[in-house]
Design a binder for this molecule. Structure first.
Ligand SMILES: Nc1nc2c(ncn2[C@@H]2O[C@H](COP(=O)(O)OP(=O)(O)O)[C@@H](O)[C@H]2O)c(=O)[nH]1
Ligand SMILES: [Mg+2]
Length: 179
């Protein structure tokens, strides 16, 4: 099974750093458009799209986000005011796709309490999950990708039990066919 995860957000907030920190050399050869990284577990093959920030007001953005299973919207403190642009765009064009909001570069933040502004955004825009991370000090990067994996597995109701039962079903059917 395949799943597409799209990273978006302003330039310089750390999208590429986050993806590369986790996926290192898994970049596939793309001739044009965003970089795509590929990784898989035994059930799902993930295509992680690194969509550059300058696509923000570009009509290609729609095309790039098409068929995403989940959108990861990344920001850092200096870009917090630009979030409403992205979220309004997503609410309008892609309201059916869930969003994880990721604040990167928390190594540069002095306060550790959840910002009022961020809290309001999470509530107003029905954000599925909020993660604070840092690629610089390696905080929550593995956690973020684990949460993405958990979300997708749940979205498609994939669990060991279900796969096991399916296998049993298939075996039963095969037996019937033989008889
Ligand atoms: N302090 C700090 N800098 C970071 C962090 N992640 C990325 N950067 C820096 O932010 C800049 C932009 O990162 P990049 O991944 O290219 O951002 P993108 O344009 O969103 O893909 C680079 O100079 C990175 O080294 C972080 O967690 N903390
Ligand atoms: Mg980049």
């Amino acid at each position: 099974m395949k799943s597409k995860i799209s990273f978006i957000g302003d330039s310089n907030v750390g999208k590429t750093s986050i993806i590369q920190k986790y996926l290192k050399d898994n970049k596939s050869d793309t001739k044009f458009g965003p970089e795509i990284y590929v990784t898989q577990n035994d059930k799902i093959k993930y295509y992680v799209w690194d969509i550059p920030g300058w696509q923000k007001q570009n009509s290609f953005l729609n095309l790039y986000l098409k068929d995403s299973d989940l959108i990861i919207l990344v920001f850092d403190k200096p870009h917090i005011n630009d979030l409403s642009y992205w979220l309004n765009y997503l609410n309008y064009q892609y309201y059916m796709i869930d969003v994880f909001l990721v604040q990167n570069k928390i190594d540069e933040c002095v306060f550790t309490n959840l910002d009022d502004e961020v809290r309001d955004i999470i509530i107003k825009h029905d954000i599925r999950k909020y993660v604070e991370c840092s690629t610089e000090t390696d905080i929550n990067i593995d956690f973020l990708f684990n949460e993405i994996n958990k979300y997708i597995m749940k979205k498609y109701s994939i669990s060991n039990n279900i796969v096991h039962n399916l296998e049993k079903d298939i075996i039963k059917k095969r037996n019937c066919a033989i008889i």
